[in-house]
Design a protein around this ligand. Structure first.
Ligand code: SAH
Length: 490
């Protein structure tokens, strides 16, 4: 059960499985983050919570601690105070929570927001700003609950984010509105009541052309009996703190039914939402839902796990109809028991690594740029300060078939692939070339986008390739093969 009533996880602290690495982040962007910027939020709950210290920092929390800084997780007052204290100290948020609704464990909910940030930032159309802190983002939180936890956490750490938050439960809606007001976030969080039979993603009804993401922590269980059985298996004390009302815990088909409904709606809405996401209580649900996506031909998806303590693990699934590929850590954030076959294809590859003393980085940079410039890419830009280049192309221009075609064009005297040359009347490109280039002008529509970067650590230098755009993994694999050869490796 995903409540603070499941007492052991917070006590042992949260190990964030989802660490999120930033192979593409170098230099200035890191320095620009404020004291409560992304790095601050990323580091939260990486260590076990120290209740004694929390008590010192918040007298209201100290008041619920027993001897030896013991926190009684069977006491709703203690559990609720822990949530309030963490929201206040770590995020500057205030909440009012009813005793008969879910009391969200903050570290787990924060994990979901961290993952979303990585998913969105790493597949942002603004390639230059890979952390995307300035990007205006709208999210839809389905079933926000009384706490309004996700919109509050999202707005607290990203000033450019806003939310629409739905629920079907009148009491939760009333508290959610109150919690938005308590934090003066009414202008950024719109709370909307829905009926259980309504559509889950009501973009048209809400007058929204598009949103950046949809998120949900759905009711996990198919019936009250399933809920009771599982609670007994975990030998949770009956009526332990904040177990949640049936409307929060149970729905037709449980979490699979709920997310399947989302998938079906997403097939119609398609790119009106960049990322559809859902948290899942069971790994088996993840397996079922990945199959549903694949059956519908959705190939751009992401899976991850949120780990709390050693016992409680939550899963998450995201999918997109867009062609932007998220970072490796965002799309393959876990290794499911069912094995790698459940995972989407990797979006990053270490093309080559060397011991730092054995490589001339300037020469390596030149080899990469020479190789890229020798290709008929739709665009290629190298950022010297980041040691990173980004390129787009519409087909495999490094393959033998393309090179043969190019040679034939040359033989016929056409210059359509020779972008550097002037021809005929002295204009830069003949008409045919103009046509070729125009096709590629909007790089966001190119069938393949990538970045190549040189990672220069103290003792190791690596050339990394990142698949940024497109739906064909084979082209990324073949590109990394070309790159390896170009820099003198096989
Ligand atoms: N997001 C909160 C609450 C999750 S519990 C948290 O993570 O703590 C699931 C929530 O979904 C409940 O508040 C429940 O009332 C709501 N819900 C159930 N069916 C729904 C539906 N069809 N549309 C919107 N919300 C729904």
């Amino acid at each position: 059960m995903d409540t603070l009533g499941r007492n052991d996880s917070l006590e042992r602290g949260t190990k964030r499985k989802y660490a999120g690495d930033w192979p593409e982040m170098r230099g200035p962007a890191k320095a620009a983050t404020a004291s409560r910027g992304d790095d601050y939020y990323r580091a939260l709950y990486a260590e076990a919570l120290d209740f004694r210290l929390l008590g010192q920092r918040d007298p209201e929390f100290k008041a619920v601690l027993g001897r030896g800084s013991y926190l009684d997780f069977a006491d709703p007052r203690s559990v609720m105070q822990l949530t309030k204290t963490l929201l206040k100290l770590d995020f500057g948020l205030l909440v009012d929570l009813p005793t008969d609704r879910l009391c969200p464990p903050v570290p787990n909910r924060h994990n979901y927001i961290l993952w979303l940030k990585d998913l969105l930032d790493s597949s942002s159309p603004l390639r230059a700003d890979s952390r995307g802190t300035a990007r205006g983002v709208t999210g839809l939180d389905i079933g926000t609950g009384a706490s309004l936890i996700y919109p509050l956490l999202g707005c607290a750490q990203r000033p450019s984010w806003s939310f629409v938050a739905t629920d079907v439960d009148a009491k939760s809606l009333a508290y959610a509105r109150k919690n938005a007001a308590l934090n003066n976030l009414q202008s950024r969080i719109r709370v909307v009541g829905r009926a259980t039979t309504d559509r889950l993603i009501p973009l048209d009804e809400l007058g929204l052309a598009a949103v950046d993401f949809v998120m949900v922590n759905p009711p996990f269980y198919t019936s009250a009996a399933e809920l009771d059985d599982l609670a007994r298996q975990k030998s949770r004390p009956p009526n332990s703190a904040c177990t949640g009302a049936p409307v929060e815990m149970v729905c037709a088909g449980g979490e699979i039914g709920f997310v399947r409904r989302m998938i079906l709606e997403s097939l119609v809405l398609s790119e009106r939402v960049q990322w559809y996401t859902a948290m899942l209580g069971k790994q088996s649900s993840l397996e079922v839902l990945v199959s549903v996506l694949r059956d519908h031909g959705v190939a751009n998806y992401a899976v991850t796990a949120f780990v709390q303590g050693s016992k409680t693990r939550r899963w998450a699934l995201g999918w997109s109809f867009g062609n932007s590929r998220p970072s490796l850590s965002a799309c393959r954030g876990c290794e499911p028991a069912a094995g790698k076959k459940l995972l989407p294809p990797p979006t990053e590859a270490a093309v080559a690594t060397w011991t730092a003393s054995r490589v001339d980085v300037a020469q390596l940079e030149r080899s990469i740029c020479d190789a890229m410039e020798s290709l008929d890419l739709a665009s290629w830009t190298w950022d010297k300060s980041l040691y990173r280049g980004v390129g787009f192309v519409d087909s495999n221009v490094w393959g033998r078939a393309y090179r043969r075609k190019k040679a034939r064009e040359r033989e016929r005297g056409g210059a359509c692939f020779q972008s550097e040359e002037t021809v005929g009347d002295g204009s830069s490109y003949p008409q045919q070339e103009e046509a070729e280039r125009r096709v590629c002008q909007d790089t966001s529509q190119c069938s393949f986008g990538f970045s190549v970067s040189v990672r220069n650590d103290a003792d190791e230098v690596a050339v990394m390739a990142r698949w940024l755009q497109g739906n064909d993994y084979a082209i990324f694999e073949s590109f990394t093969g070309f790159l390896r050869k170009s820099i003198g490796l096989n």
